[in-house]
Design a protein around this ligand. Sequence first.
Ligand SMILES: [Zn+2]
Length: 336
Amino acid sequence: MHLILLRTALAGGLATAALTACGSAGGTSSDAAEGKITIVSTVAPITSIVANIAGDRARIEGVVPEGTNSHTFEPPPQVSRVMEDADIVFVNGLQLEEPTFELAEENAPDDATIVKLGDEVLPESDYLYDFSFPKEDGKPNPHLWTDPTYAIKYADVIKDTLVERDGQNAAYYEQNHETFVAKATALSDALKADQATIPAGKKQLLTYHDAYAYFAKTYGWEVIGAVQPSNFEDPQPKEIARIIDQVRERELPVIFGSEVFPSKVLEQIAKETGARYEDTLRDDDLPGEPGNPEHSWLGLMRYDYVTMINGLGGTTKALDALDVSDGAPDRATYPQ
Ligand SMILES: [Zn+2]
């Protein structure tokens, strides 16, 4: 209510000056003039899910550039200006983007809604601690969005938040939500169909970046290791030797690097074990460029699943045939 009153007051002579002052990256003053709400989000896959629900009825600003290490990302000072305009801020939470969350708390208007999606959908009893996220560090594995069942839960929270903050567009958000859930469910079904073609007992992942823990639990995969240590430095030689033994013992045909974190260590492990080094998995850098149809959460996850399944000797007929285009127009800003 407070927000609406404020906007009405601004509709007088002050509007032009106020809008010029607020005109930060990406949005246009015409968005604000149309009364569109402003949403700030963090990593690109979350921005994409938000865009699938909010469509063209909101101004959406992603603030974590694609291809950066989102786990250690420190937002530059201009992000505080973006936060000043926010009606809603969506972060992943589970301690992934603490500096950005703190910036939101300090700079977003008092009546802004700040939502930690992961904390909303995952009870503490279901937190996973593992290779790069050991329990003694106190930070759970934050990568819920690589599992479609959790991405759908994120979409539920995003829809509810939008309906609450912008009730006049409720029917639009609900329709977009329904479309997104159908698309994410189709992705999940295609994944289940195609992963059944992997030779028995071979749904095993050795990755560099530790982004598939919840996915593995839901879909019956085994993450045998994630090479990246919790401090995001290179692993110790003793640890590398242990991983080499494990790859030989399991006769892994392929080990999975990350496009965001090129690794000489994985190259070395591949050379010594004969496993193929597939270095293009990605957890928060969407394929293609903003505006391309595959530049979406759906495109990202399809890419990863196809890469994993093909690498392990399966086929991907169902995933290849999937339509990964967005269900609603994506006008979000994705910093590169
Ligand atoms: Zn990550």
